[in-house]
Design a protein around this ligand. Structure first.
Ligand SMILES: Nc1ncnc2c1ncn2[C@@H]1O[C@H](COP(=O)(O)OP(=O)(O)O)[C@@H](O)[C@H]1O
Ligand SMILES: [Mg+2]
Length: 368
């Protein structure tokens, strides 16, 4: 047995999985954690699990994360059972150890969880077909609705201030004042352009602060590759990759999905004329997401969802600019000025979204 197989064997034992033989296949589609499919045979019966080692560099509070996941998946499971739906495929099922925990670690570097493999599903790394976005919308919208009545005080805010856009702006201003790398002159135009739209990108969080928009459970990584899709029917099965689950605004989840999948060009596209919101893709996601969650959200939430995409694009542009000014400390770069290109591309997307706000709002209204 290789070192990895030995480690996984030890992990399976911790979760009480008995086997006569097992086989491991490593997934290469994820970018953060290390994920393995484990097929076991026990007394002539086959079963399959996913064993995943969490990246504790990216996620420094894995216990907090696993506690959130336990609450969230438990709540969804209860909802499904209440509705008479078999929860096996519709929510990730994490195994528990005899002490009740859904994780096992020997050291920070070796923090594991095991959950049931969901057979006959696929995940897409490219959305060639807009129907993939609709399925993703259904999955994230359903997730939103199932958790709409969860008591938020139960959840830990694992990434405090992550989408506090004015705080992101302040951080950018600090980096600009310091200008440690002498790069400020290069980005003054971009900074001025972002500042001009403060009223827009600060709106969601101020509507939360004044009590208009409540916190909900947000997934915070609403890319379509975090949705299992039925390989036969193309229907959404469930949402995966729950490490970033935290209290937040529904519009952030909606908006980040739009930011990521509503633009056909790459996140670092240097030809800014190609960067734009594609309303067909926007509607593909909206038509899945909004009907799935509208019963769980307030009128004010539904009526501000369309601000999510533009807010997320401005915010990410600020983060790339800040990192560029600080000397590329946070986002790994693959070429000189990479963060500058990323920032410009996200800003171009944000500015294009500003032009299309009314269209986006009108599309949303068709579905709530
Ligand atoms: N329960 C599951 N059943 C089937 N495949 C899964 C399951 N969980 C994860 N996968 C596969 O593993 C990949 C990586 O999982 P994910 O939790 O998204 O990790 P990462 O954080 O690295 O993105 C997914 O894209 C999917 O293909
Ligand atoms: Mg993932």
């Amino acid at each position: 047995m290789g070192i990895q197989a030995e480690e996984i064997a030890a992990v399976l034992k911790q979760f009480g999985v008995d086997y006569d033989a097992f086989q491991i296949e490593t997934f290469h589609s994820g970018h953060i954690n290390s994920t393995h499919r484990v097929d076991i045979r026990y007394k002539g019966v086959s079963d399959a699990f996913v064993a995943q080692r969490i990246n504790t560099y990216v996620f420094p509070d894995p216990v907090g994360i696993m506690e959130n996941i336990d609450i969230v998946t438990g709540h969804i499971r209860d909802k499904l059972v209440e509705a008479g739906i078999n929860p096996e495929r519709r929510v990730l099922n994490f195994l528990k150890r005899p002490d009740g925990t859904n994780y096992y670690f020997e050291s920070q570097e070796s923090f594991w969880r095991v959950y049931r493999f969901v057979p006959n599903t696929v995940t897409y790394d490219k959305a060639e077909d807009p129907s993939i976005l609709t399925s993703a919308g259904v999955a994230f919208g359903t997730f939103q609705r199932q958790l709409a009545d969860l008591d938020m005080s139960l959840l830990k805010e694992t990434m405090p201030g992550f989408h506090d856009t004015p705080r992101r702006w302040e951080n950018l201003m600090k980096a600009a004042r310091r200008d440690s790398e002498g790069r400020l002159a290069e980005v003054e135009k971009e900074i001025a352009s972002i500042e001009k739209h403060r009223d827009l990108w600060a709106r969601l969080i101020s509507l939360h602060n004044d009590g208009t928009l409540p916190y909900r459970v947000t997934h915070n990584d609403t890319k379509y590759n975090n949705v299992l899709v039925d390989a036969t029917t193309g229907e959404a099965v469930c949402v995966i990759d729950l490490d970033t689950v935290s209290p937040g605004l529904a519009a952030w989840d909606y908006g980040d999905a739009i930011r990521f999948s509503g633009n056909r060009s790459a996140e670092d596209e240097p030809d800014l004329s190609r960067v734009k919101l594609d309303l067909e893709l926007y509607e593909a996601f909206a038509s899945g997401f909004i009907p799935a969650c509208r019963d769980g959200l307030t009128e004010a939430e539904l009526d501000t969802l369309y601000l999510g995409g533009v807010t997320m694009a401005f915010e990410l542009s600020m983060r790339f600019l800040e990192d560029y000014l600080r000397g590329d400390k946070y986002f790994r770069i693959h070429r000189p000025r990479h963060n500058l290109y990323r920032a410009r591309s996200q800003l171009a997307l944000a500015l294009n979204m500003v032009e299309r706000l009314d269209d986006c709002h009108a599309i949303d209204k068709k579905y709530y």
